[in-house]
Design a protein around this ligand. Structure first.
Ligand code: MOS
Length: 749
């Protein structure tokens, strides 16, 4: 840890001001609570028009005709576009790594085929949003409908694909003394960030600025320039603030392309805000999964075989794979493993990554199966996992960079009071309620990607940090300010962080919980270069204040350059820069990926955690509540524990929704998601959130970056639903294997 602190400071920089590891509120908080933070749908431009798409009302078939005559006559309507009267879009080339990603690959209006309910078939443009909505409603579309398929039961269409295999999982299962063989189902879940997806597109000649709700502006530009058929440098994407995304805003969706296309056609800026209803259809979701999980074990609880066979729903055209088996091969020590996957194509919108994609539904299955095994063996579930703790990643045969799962479980057990648990079903009572306790382990990959950043130290002593990443609402502005303050010794109130604009040095996506790990090395490198540049200006040039002094004999502290042995001789930044006739000292920094890079080849990089849930159950009124939660997270060093804790708390609340409430259901008759609103698609509210005790283990991960920091955006959701259904079983004796838990399930018990 001290090594990390050393190397994060610029040479000549002072003792670290200990800003890192403090509890700093978000620096963008005042802007947000005072309403001055401009979100995409707040953007208003001169002459701006509004676009409202026309969604299909069938889930499969062809468009026969579109009649926009009545719509065009309505007040304020400027145009109605559809296939045939709008310049066609191109497809973007297949992605290169984490650049050029798009999940729904078909551009809008590419053909006259409808493949899901809500697919955009036309778009109305008018002076006000209300006028555009009225016009969209007035467009008459005739369809030739085909039979659609939104069947929730998933079956393979092709042979399963092998994701991971070692030993002989089938033979080991057959001969195992104890067997678990169960199927777990997770439903379609919709991200539902409070901020609606939106695009404001403004062209100047053949250049376009897209104000976007994007978790990945650089990628957005990469896709959009290709689809619009303009040079890359002609597309600028801006996303200053996000009202969250949960993965739904990672890759571009059809409304963004449509907004850019109609703005070009109509010759005015266009705003398109996706309706809440359309957000259930056109901007991705976590797909339904069906996972058969087989465990073979000895009577001592030692795992002999894991067999994870899973399917997920995807759309007709796009093969989106939910990587449910992500954690299965390395989580526990087991000689025989088989992980296989398949897709089931349905007439639904294309799925996408949702918070902890793959691992979150996958760990619901694996951790539920582990709990069932613990019960079958009459072994404590923590002890069962401890007995299967691996010494290395047994799938890659690599050492873990940092793994403290057992400690997570031990600390969690202490905090939760696990020793007082009576394992018998329904045995624990409190205040006339039956209490259930459950736990689950979890993991999430630790990654980082390429990033660049610039740091400028200006004459007035202010520091500007720039990088084209974005803050999804999690505290990226704040953590980068902390890193710049730490590296320059300049106080936080003088640091300005600018993000969310593709004209800045290219930064990473806000996804996979890796933005922090990726950007902080680039910012600290840039800050180091800027300080070095300042010291160089202090010693060279005709008016240099320390002309001829040795670089190593100088320091930069409290905004002044001075001789180390005589700090009273300090010269303020402004004077150093003025004497050098320089506007600012600048530094560029970068950090490179470990994805496929050298470090990732030497280590298995993951975060870990242990989740403990208490539920209370009142059978007389069929009332089930999560009444207490303890989450212990091993995610490296926390640079700013306050927003980090906030991430875990939010993830646990989301996990309660996953366990008990969330499910988008498709109507068999129409193929439409029928509960496409926040009244019928239930998410956790404050009233559903119990006291949540969050603990971070402090084990910096030296492999991932010099700060030892991993991300925390997703790990808190992993394992949460399994801990809750384990607690539900403990209270009620009902094992719910298909989420969400329904009262009806419990009444059957
Ligand atoms: Mo997260 S699903 O990678 O935004």
């Amino acid at each position: 840890m001290s090594r990390a602190r050393e190397s994060s400071r610029a040479p000549g920089a002072p003792e670290a001001p200990k800003v890192i590891g403090g509890k700093l509120p978000r620096i963008d908080g005042p802007l947000k609570v005072s309403g001055r933070a401009v979100y995409t749908s707040d953007v208003s431009l001169d002459g701006m028009l509004y676009a409202v798409p026309v969604p299909s009302t069938i889930a499969s078939g062809r468009i026969v005709s579109i009649d926009a005559a009545a719509a065009r006559k309505l007040a304020g309507v400027r145009a109605v576009y559809y296939r045939g009267n709008l310049r066609p879009f191109f497809r973007s080339a297949p992605p290169q790594g984490f650049s050029g990603l798009i999940d729904e690959k078909r551009p809008p209006f590419e053909d006259d085929v409808v493949r899901y309910y809500g697919q955009y078939v036309a778009v109305a443009v008018a002076q006000t949003m209300e006028q555009a909505k009225a016009a969209a409603d007035a467009v008459r579309v005739r369809y030739a409908a085909d039979a659609h398929n939104v069947e929730p039961h998933l079956a393979t269409e092709k042979p399963f694909r092998t994701e991971s295999e070692r030993g002989n999982a089938d033979a080991a299962f057959q001969s195992a003394p104890v067997k678990i063989d169960q199927t777990y189902v997770t439903p379609t879940e919709v991200h539902n960030p409070i901020e609606l997806h939106a695009t404001v597109a403004a062209w100047e000649g053949d250049r376009v600025t897209l104000y976007e709700t994007s978790q990945a502006i650089m990628n957005h530009r990469e896709v959009l320039y290709q689809m619009l058929g303009v040079p890359k440098e002609n597309v600028r994407v801006v996303s200053h603030f996000l009202g969250s995304g949960f993965g739904g805003k990672l890759w571009p969706w059809t409304h963004s392309i449509l907004a850019a296309g109609v703005a070009r056609e109509v010759g005015a800026p266009v705003k398109l805000v996706v309706s809440r209803q359309s957000m259930f259809q056109t901007v991705g979701h976590r797909p339904r999964t069906q996972q058969r999980f087989r465990i073979g074990a000895g009577h001592d609880g030692k795992l002999l075989s894991l067999h994870h066979e899973y399917l997920n729903q995807t759309s007709i055209l796009d093969d989106y794979g939910e990587d449910c088996g992500e954690a299965t091969p390395f989580m526990y020590s087991v000689p025989n493993v088989r992980v296989i996957s398949a897709l089931a194509h349905r007439n639904i919108g294309t799925p996408t990554a949702m918070r902890g994609p793959g691992a979150v539904p996958g760990l619901f299955a694996m951790e539920s199966a582990m709990d069932e095994l613990a019960i079958a063996l009459n072994i404590d579930p923590i002890e069962l996992r401890r007995r299967n703790e691996p010494q290395q990643d047994e799938s890659s045969k690599l050492p873990f960079s940092s793994r403290h799962l057992v400690e997570c479980m031990q600390v969690g057990a202490e905090k939760f009071g696990w020793a007082r648990r009576d394992a018998r079903v329904g045995a624990m009572k409190r205040d006339g309620l039956t209490i259930g306790w459950g736990m689950a382990a979890c993991s999430w990959g630790a990654m980082r990607s390429d990033a660049q950043a610039s740091v400028e130290i200006a004459r007035d002593g202010t520091v500007t940090v720039t990088t084209a990443t974005q803050d999804v609402g999690t505290g990226t502005y704040t953590v980068l300010a902390l890193v710049a303050a730490e590296a320059t010794g300049i106080s936080l109130d003088k640091i300005d962080v600018r993000l969310g604009d593709t004209s800045l040095p290219p930064g990473p996506i806000s996804g996979g919980s890796w933005v922090t790990a990726s950007v902080i090395p680039a910012v600290s490198n840039a800050a180091r270069v800027a300080v070095r540049s300042l010291l160089t200006m202090s010693t060279t040039g005709p008016n240099a204040p320390f002309a001829g002094a040795k670089f190593e004999d100088l320091q930069f502290a409290n905004g002044r350059v001075s001789r180390k042995r005589d700090p009273s001789t300090g010269v303020p930044i402004g004077e150093v820069l003025a004497r050098a006739n320089a506007r600012a000292a600048v530094g560029d920094g970068q950090s490179s990926t470990t994805l496929g890079g050298e470090e990732s080849k030497k280590y298995s990089l993951h975060s870990y955690g242990a989740q403990f849930a208490e539920v209370s159950w009142q059978p007389e009124t069929a009332r089930l509540r999560v009444s207490r939660f303890v989450s212990v997270i091993d995610a490296g060093r926390m640079l700013n524990p306050k927003p980090a804790r906030n991430q875990i708390e939010g993830a646990v609340v989301m996990g309660i929704g996953m366990a008990l409430f969330e499910e988008a259901r498709y109507d068999k008759r129409y193929g439409a998601p029928i509960n496409s609103n926040l009244a019928d698609y239930i998410v956790s509210t404050n009233a559903d959130a119990p006291p949540i005790d969050v603990t971070f283990l402090d084990h910096p991960d030296p492999v991932l970056n010099e700060f030892g920091a991993r991300g925390v955006g997703e790990i808190g959701l992993a394992g949460t639903a399994a801990a809750i259904t384990a607690a539900v079983y403990h209270a009620t004796g009902v094992r719910v294997r298909e989420l969400p838990v329904r009262i009806e399930d419990l009444l059957r018990g």
